[in-house]
Design a protein around this ligand. Structure first.
Ligand code: MG
Length: 460
């Protein structure tokens, strides 16, 4: 089946696969799907975003939808505006953390959450069967401006933390939005929370001159250095559309997202024992271990933020998170939200009166190792089936939510077929590094043998 949507909406290189013409056609299909509703349209800080958004606006209006232009804003701010203004659907032009030549199209439902896989398929059918609805000339939708969504979003985030307590602490915070749209909300939010704010890469620039837009440890050296130089309480970096946040403690140590999520989880469960935590199977046992100690329950999902959001909605969960720095705070909205995550960390620092390094370093230690094995796309299903059979033969405990998550006493490994590349991804985690390396080595070898065997069978 032909598909438009990948793991995270529609993505492509601008003016190669992702042209204004293509965007217009997709928007016509989206408008047809929402059947003349009120649709919000926003975009990130990429060079191509305003042009693609204009094409999307035209496409939506041609199907009779009323279009509300939210302008340039962080993805979570646009998502929040959906709910706030009671609109029927939304489109965001963004490629999140991808390199600058990319852009993408995200489609939102009326609660601001990205639409489900089933709804994506409906839009794809309209697109490929060319069933785009074109209304009569006098029914073409209006294009209106919706201003002030970032201010509304900042106010909403503040409602979920203890503003007075945070303000009393006069925290010193360094913000690195990586020249993305995080520049438009986070510094302002922090100032309103009484912080002394220092910024780097905080001018929106679609060429991402400061650092690559993905907030990985190897890209955050400048942030770590500035945190130390200005004696800050912590530093925070966002990805291009500011739905993910990665933190640097007061010593300049960069912490991966599973640590900060585990800290938020711990403090949340202390206040709300018995609650459910939603996380993809790619997360480490840290999340499970914290839940065990603090009386929570973990519900695992497939890898992908949309899967986490939809599971949270389905079971009415209040907290979700990913190892890449995505935290979903349900009482605000069940989507990844970089500014909300930052406010939650401030809330924890204010409440505990402790340093971020202390809070993070006292969490159980967990080592993560990732790797990949090449495998042709058309063989992935067969390979996975053969792997399941072997695991059964070996009497191992494993889940099949997304690939195979194999559980051991002190560690686990996830082996899953990538949705976007001809590879299997491996994520191992354990209490010590040697064990993670051993798991990776063992399962790379096992997977390699299975693939070789199946390639030979298919060849014969
Ligand atoms: Mg993002």
């Amino acid at each position: 089946m032909r598909r438009l949507f990948g793991t995270n909406g529609i993505r492509g290189v601008v003016n190669e696969t992702l042209t204004p013409q293509f965007t217009l056609k997709v928007a016509e299909a989206v408008g047809t799907f929402f059947d003349g509703g009120e649709i919000l349209l926003g975009y990130d800080g990429r060079i191509s975003s305003p042009a693609l958004a204009s094409a999307a606006a035209s496409g939506l209006a041609s199907t009779g939808c009323t279009v509300y232009l939210a302008g340039m804003a962080p993805t979570p701010a646009i998502q929040y505006a959906m709910k706030r203004h009671g609109l029927d659907g939304g489109i965001i032009i963004t490629a999140s953390h991808n390199p600058p030549e990319y852009n993408g199209i995200k489609v939102l439902g009326n609660d601001g959450v990205e639409i489900s896989r089933e709804q994506e398929i409906k839009i794809e059918e309209i697109f490929f069967e060319e069933r785009q609805k074109r209304v009569e000339w006098n029914r073409i939708g209006e294009i209106r401006k919706l201003s002030g969504i970032i201010e509304e979003y900042i106010e909403a985030v503040k409602m979920h933390v203890n503003v007075e307590e945070i303000r009393k602490k006069h925290f010193r915070v360094v913000v690195d939005p990586g020249n993305g749209v995080g520049s438009l909300a986070a510094p302002q939010l922090l100032r309103e929370l009484g912080c002394k704010v220092f910024t780097i890469n905080a001018n929106v620039d679609g060429t991402f001159p400061g650092r690559p837009s993905e907030p990985k440890p190897e890209n955050l050296g400048d942030l770590a250095a500035v945190v130390k130089a200005v004696n800050a309480d912590f530093g925070v970096a966002y990805d291009g559309d500011a739905d993910r946040a990665i933190f640097v403690d007061e010593n300049g140590t960069i912490h991966w997202g599973d640590k900060t999520f585990a800290l938020i989880e711990k403090e949340f469960l202390k206040q709300n024992p018995g609650e459910v935590i939603v996380t993809p199977v790619s997360s480490s046992s840290l999340i499970k271990d914290i839940a065990k100690v603090y009386n929570g329950e973990v519900v695992w999902t497939k890898v992908g933020s949309v899967d986490v959001s939809h599971k949270m909605k389905e079971i009415n969960a209040k907290l979700g998170g990913e190892e890449n720095g995505g935290v979903f705070y349900g009482p605000h909205q069940p989507v990844r939200d970089g500014a909300m995550t930052t406010a939650l960390i401030l809330d924890i620092l204010a409440k505990t009166s402790r340093k971020l390094s202390e809070l993070l370093n006292e969490l159980p230690t967990c080592f993560i190792e990732k790797d990949k094995v090449e495998c042709p796309d058309d063989l992935k299903e067969k390979v996975l089936k053969a792997l399941y059979e072997e695991l059964e033969k070996e009497n191992l405990k494993f889940d099949t939510i997304d690939g195979a998550k194999i559980w051991f006493e002190d560690s686990s490994i996830l082996v899953r077929p990538s949705g976007t590349e001809p590879i299997f991804r491996l994520y191992a985690e354990a209490k010590n590094r040697d064990r993670t390396l051993e798991l990776i080595r063992k399962y790379k070898e096992k997977l390699g043998k299975i693939i070789t065997k199946i390639v030979q069978e298919v060849g014969n």
